[in-house]
Design a protein around this ligand. Structure first.
Ligand code: HEC
Ligand code: HEC
Length: 287
């Protein structure tokens, strides 16, 4: 459930009762311009975001030349991981499906200054603590600026961009794809190009890099390539890697893979695991 605090909406009224004239003016403005009339000042928001709060740092993809502003706020490039989470700055563009286009101002305020998302507390990587001092007006300005940014749809895995119907899961390959998408296998194991996984050309090819206590870890190639990928692995070897975090040669895999194996994939049902492995084998080989 959501735990969104509401105290901020009362800030205006704390300054004393508005005069009748002010109310009349506000009502008139509302009738003439509509509900957006009280929206924040997006130019002020641009200043705050660009000069101070650096939301792009984690929420905008980066290429060799710096931020890719053509997909501003569509999600950050780097992943942050800790014992209890693996996160990436999500899409905060105004896309309604995967961005925050459908979030209310109140929900956005809660995320930005209270660190509370729609599904509860956000990982502390989201620096809400530093944003707490934002005045109500500046917070609204940032929100207005976010809302003015182009909605950027997410990169979705081919075949997994909409709800599956129950009946289709009877097919083993469809079930495997379903499991792979939910378990985010390919969002880590596909090479990133321009700040996001390149599902079209580099599905499963690995290459995404994680920095954590274990060092610099590169997501492996899990395509069916017999040398570079896992094409030569037996089903049992693959299942062991997924559910126990053990590599083909018996070495322990490193986080985030080992963490996910232990905490989550070890609980995968045999049917789901079978379907997943069968589907993994359909990923065309890549170097
Ligand atoms: C240092 C990195 C970092 C910076 C800087 C940052 N964020 Fe975030 N933000 C994150 C991460 C990581 C998450 C996801 C946390 C999670 O999933 O638990 C997040 C989550 C959010 C969410 C919730 C979105 C959702 O789908 O759950 C919003 C809204 C948000 N950030 C807005 C902003 C804004 C606006 C700024 C600048 C004022 C900003 N962030 C600056 C890292 C950052
Ligand atoms: C959060 C990112 C992430 C997710 C999600 C993830 N992996 Fe991994 N995986 C990695 C990394 C990083 C490695 C490399 C670990 C190492 O080098 O020790 C890895 C290693 C592997 C290996 C070992 C390959 C080899 O050559 O040693 C296999 C197999 C594998 N993952 C399959 C999967 C499958 C299947 C899923 C989904 C059920 C999955 N992974 C989900 C990041 C991830």
């Amino acid at each position: 459930m959501r735990h969104i605090r509401h105290q901020r909406i009362c800030i205006m009224s704390a300054k004393g009762p508005p005069s009748c004239l002010a109310m009349l003016v506000a009502l008139l403005a509302f009738c003439l311009i509509g509900p957006a009339a009280h929206a924040g000042d997006s130019e002020r928001g641009r200043y705050l975001v660009e000069a101070l709060t650096a939301c792009d740092n984690c929420h905008t993809p980066r290429g060799a030349a710096g931020y890719d502003l053509s997909s501003r706020f569509s999600g950050g490039t780097q992943t942050f991981s800790d014992k209890s989470y693996v996160v990436r700055g999500p899409n905060i563009s105004s896309d309604r499906e995967t961005g925050v286009g459908a979030w209310s101002d109140e929900e956005l305020r809660a995320a930005i200054v209270d660190g509370v998302g729609r599904d509860g507390r956000l990982a502390p990587v989201m620096p809400s603590d530093s944003y707490k001092p934002l005045t109500a007006r500046d917070l609204d300005a940032i929100i207005a600026f976010l809302r003015s940014a182009t909605p950027i749809p997410p990169r979705l895995m081919p075949g997994a961009s909409a709800a599956f119907d129950e009946a289709s899961l009877a097919d083993k390959n469809a079930r495997g794809l379903y499991v792979a998408s939910l378990a985010r296998c390919l969002s880590c194991h596909s090479e990133e190009v321009d700040g996001g996984p390149d599902y079209q050309n580099r599905l499963g090819a690995g290459g995404k890099t994680f920095r954590n206590a274990a060092g610099v870890i590169v997501a492996s190639n899990i395509t069916s390539h017999s040398v570079k990928g896992v094409g030569a692995w037996s089903d049992d070897e693959l299942k062991r890697a997924i559910t126990q975090g053990v590599a083909r040669d018996g070495a322990l895999l490193k986080p985030p893979m080992s963490t996910l194996s232990k905490a989550h994939f070890s609980k995968m049902s045999l049917d789901d695991l079978d379907a997943l492995v069968a589907w993994l084998r359909t990923i065309p080989p890549k170097e």
